[in-house]
Design a protein around this ligand. Structure first.
Ligand code: PLP
Length: 431
């Protein structure tokens, strides 16, 4: 942080991102989209929507609601739109973030890290753009281990060193983060030539693969460590809305007095994974850089799907949305209970696990099996049951792991039961 208490965001933005310039054409498109109908545009090369073949559409929503795309909405849905996202969807999401997280940064000035938000093609798209903005070859990034393979495979080609921080059933262990950082001094963060890490990535709820959720105390401790070493925190939270117990845990975003948290949210687990809608929320100077990247890659998330989701959210309102989330949670909590029951029935004495309080996964340690890779990739497939071997979730996948990830999202309770029975047979045959 600088002496006046304002984060120096330039410190975190790598050379590639810093070199990005706004697209002049995209800028004009956005002027046009905000203009009154009296504006005559001979500027942008937007196609004429009258030449598009699609005329109208309607979607029937479970529970009886209907979304209709008449000619006006249809024209908008088929046309280019703003790179940061459809403005009404951004403002709906900002209201939701405010309601749920009440971020301290909401009324800050833009330079001080005012909360901003953009729409991405799922949270994966947002995450990869955030990493590509922050990470340079040779940097060291801190992440809780084991972690989401989508993050590992995004980071690996960027040439950074991954410093894994231990975690347990309550997520990342603050002491382990402090220990990892103890090789540097907090003052090193002021030295541009120091190799001190600048970024911590963590999945705070229903971790993939561990199912672990961080306690509030741990989050507060981690935030203080981030302040001490001037780290940005990337809070990858696609399972936030799959927390089985209320009150939901406060997020890093809600603790963020400095403007050092970038949060990725996803509609994949609650509305649709195929629609590809996610959000990046964070300090405006960093979100602006992500949007510059969007301008030259996807240009924007499909206007059609954004408007489809927007219409649903507008009809539901925040209350309707949260009611829907409750019904999703109810389903997954039952699925979790079914897996817990079957695990108790078949795996006692053979496997160690913690019951997850959020998300979709059990992280299981197979006793007496130091490396699950072959067992899961070959023998389990022959027995017609699939899991993910633990080494898929560690930075160096050649290191053996005695863990597997079991998902309870898709299979029926009967299938879960049969699957775990097959796993028990496999383990007994192998030890
Ligand atoms: N982050 C984590 C931890 C995930 O588990 C996933 C998907 O499973 C994603 C990000 C990406 O989700 P999406 O791009 O569908 O929003």
């Amino acid at each position: 942080m600088s002496r006046n208490g304002i984060m120096n965001y330039a410190r975190y933005i790598n050379a590639v991102s810093a070199a990005r310039k706004p697209s002049p054409i995209r800028g004009l498109t956005e002027v046009l989209l905000k203009s009154p109908p009296t504006m005559i545009s001979l500027a942008t090369g937007m196609p004429n929507p009258n030449m598009f073949p699609f005329e109208k559409a309607s979607f029937t929503i479970k529970g009886g609601l209907k979304i209709t795309f008449g000619p006006d909405i249809m024209n908008r849905a088929l046309q280019y739109s703003a790179s940061s996202g459809i403005p009404e969807l951004i403002s709906w999401m900002k209201d939701l973030q405010k309601h749920i997280h009440n971020p301290p940064t909401i009324n800050y000035s833009p330079e001080r890290g005012q909360m901003a938000l953009c729409v991405t093609n799922g949270s994966q798209d947002g995450l990869s753009k955030v990493f590509e903005m922050l990470i340079s070859s040779g940097d060291t990034i801190l992440l809780d281990a084991p972690t989401y393979p989508g993050t590992l495979i995004t980071l690996q080609p960027l040439g950074c060193k991954i410093l894994s921080i231990s975690s347990d059933q309550h997520g990342l262990i603050p002491q382990s983060l402090s220990d990892a950082l103890s090789k540097w001094k907090p003052e090193d963060a002021k030295n541009p030539l120091s190799d001190i890490p600048k970024v911590l990535y963590t999945i705070p709820n229903g971790g993939n693969p561990t199912g672990a959720s961080m306690t509030t105390d741990r989050k507060k401790e981690v935030y203080q460590i981030a302040r001490k070493y001037n780290l940005l925190i990337i809070e990858d939270d696609p399972y936030y809305f799959l927390q089985f117990e209320k009150p939901w845990a406060p997020s890093f975003l809600s603790l963020d007095v400095d403007g050092r948290v970038i949060r990725t949210d996803s509609f994949s687990k609650i509305l649709s994974s195929g629609l590809r809608i996610g959000f990046v929320t964070g300090p405006k100077p960093l979100i602006d850089q992500v949007v510059l990247h969007i301008q030259v890659s996807t240009m924007h998330v499909s206007s059609f799907t954004q408007l489809m989701v927007l219409q649903l959210l507008q009809q539901w309102g925040q209350d309707g949305f949260l009611k829907h989330v409750d019904s999703v949670v109810e389903f997954y909590a039952k699925q979790r209970d079914a897996m817990q029951l079957s695990a108790e029935r078949w795996l006692k004495g053979l496997v160690e696990w913690h019951v997850p309080t959020a998300g979709m996964f059990f992280w299981m340690k197979l006793k007496g099996i130091p490396d699950t890779h072959q067992l899961i990739s070959e023998k389990a497939v022959q027995k017609e049951v699939l899991f993910v071997p633990g080494n898929a979730f560690i930075a160096d996948s050649s290191v053996p792991s005695s863990y597997i990830r079991a998902a309870f999202s898709l299979a029926t309770p009967e299938q879960i039961d049969l699957g775990l029975q097959r796993l028990a047979m496999l383990i007994k045959e192998s030890v």
